[in-house]
Design a protein around this ligand. Structure first.
Ligand SMILES: Nc1ncnc2c1ncn2[C@@H]1O[C@H](COP(=O)(O)OP(=O)(O)OP(=O)(O)O)[C@@H](O)[C@H]1O
Length: 336
């Protein structure tokens, strides 16, 4: 997937964000509910996304990804800061976003009553295509995504994954040069996921399409992204290629130990490991230097501890490890 990286690294900036701030106001408590404090959902965000890049926003629930995307797509006005997309000032002219980019949000309610075919056609017409061009594009996109057999079905009568794919089909019509996709593959099976990433890759290769992708799936992020901004509490805590980010924690490996019932704390080597372990039920997760990890593995697989051990895995760092080492909290990052 990363063939466009070099081109993207040196390419023209299509989206430049500076010092973006958005605070949701505090809410007074009503009917016995406690008041909610103000939330600074975007807290001084700077970003440069380049042409042809698949750029990710990764972060746990509540990190501010959707708020940032709503501002980038002209749906929400920031309190401060600037957004320039393809040379247009979107803070001054948020209405221009709709003709510059295609946005696939998390909700599909606007299209739910339409058939798959009509959802794609209607989106194409709204984007200014004539009837003949829309029909040609519809046939091509539905065929490309394996949706032709579902063309006559209303979206509300599709499964969650199929509906998501149909909404993705609608996002593709009209050949926008920037695609903003908020968790596009949620609920999709592997075949549909592959169809989405193949369609994205084709447009990037053939037309230099730029993709801004919101995800909290670290595996998908590592596979498809050229660069990723890691968001935590409204701030970007790191921004690099997935491998660049991972090299920051290359000095560590991750050791997962799963005990049959409980850890044998009477074994001194196990008791000693506990201080550096994160415990989750029967699982201990440790981040260790490679030689420490080797010593730990031989301690738990060699002696009395082995009888209490159900499973163990030794893995090189993932984006999740980077995120943790940057001070993030694991909650909300999806690993499967
Ligand atoms: N309309 C709103 N009013 C008040 N606070 C809000 C509102 N929308 C979001 N927030 C808060 O702003 C913060 C950022 O929310 P946002 O939805 O942008 O996060 P997110 O990273 O997209 O999360 P998720 O992965 O769950 O979609 C959270 O603390 C959230 O509770």
């Amino acid at each position: 997937m990363n063939t466009g990286t070099a081109q993207a690294r040196d390419g023209e900036v299509v989206c430049a964000v500076r010092e973006l701030v958005k605070t949701y106001p505090a809410l007074r408590g009503r009917r016995g509910q406690p008041p909610a404090p103000a939330v600074r959902a975007t807290d001084g965000v700077d970003l440069d996304v380049r042409r042809g890049e698949i750029f990710g926003l990764l972060g746990p629930n509540g990190a501010g990804k959707s708020t940032l995307v709503r501002q980038l797509t002209g749906l929400m006005r920031p309190d401060a800061g600037s957004i320039h997309l393809l040379g247009h000032d979107l803070v001054r002219h948020p209405e221009r976003a709709a003709r510059l980019l295609a946005y696939l949000g998390q909700e599909s309610t606007a299209l739910d009553e339409l058939t798959v075919s009509l959802a794609v056609e209607t989106t194409g017409r709204l984007r200014g295509m004539d009837a003949a061009a829309v029909r040609t594009a519809r046939e091509a996109i539905l065929g490309e995504l394996g949706l032709t057999a579902l063309a006559a079905r209303p979206l509300k009568k599709l499964s969650g994954g199929q509906r998501r794919l149909a909404c993705f089909a609608a996002a593709l019509v009209g050949d926008r040069s920037v695609l903003v996709l908020d968790e596009p593959t949620t609920g999709m099976d592997p075949v549909a996921r592959r169809a989405v990433w193949a369609a994205v890759d084709r447009r990037r290769e053939e037309h230099g399409v730029t993709v801004l992708l919101v995800t909290h799936n670290v595996i998908e992020a590592e596979t498809v992204l050229d660069r990723v901004a890691v968001l935590e509490a409204g701030r970007i805590i790191a921004c690099d290629t997935p491998s660049g980010l991972k090299s920051r924690v290359a000095h560590e490996v991750r050791l997962d130990l799963v005990w049959r019932e409980r850890a044998p704390l009477d074994v001194p080597e196990v008791a000693a490991l506990r201080a550096s372990a994160t415990e989750s039920g029967r699982r201990w997760t440790l981040r260790l230097a490679p030689d420490e990890a080797r010593a730990a593995v031989s301690a738990v697989t060699g002696g009395a501890a082995f009888l209490a051990l159900d499973d163990f895995t030794l893995t090189t760092p993932s984006l999740e490890d980077v995120y943790l080492s940057l001070g993030g909290s694991t909650k909300g990052l999806v690993k499967a």
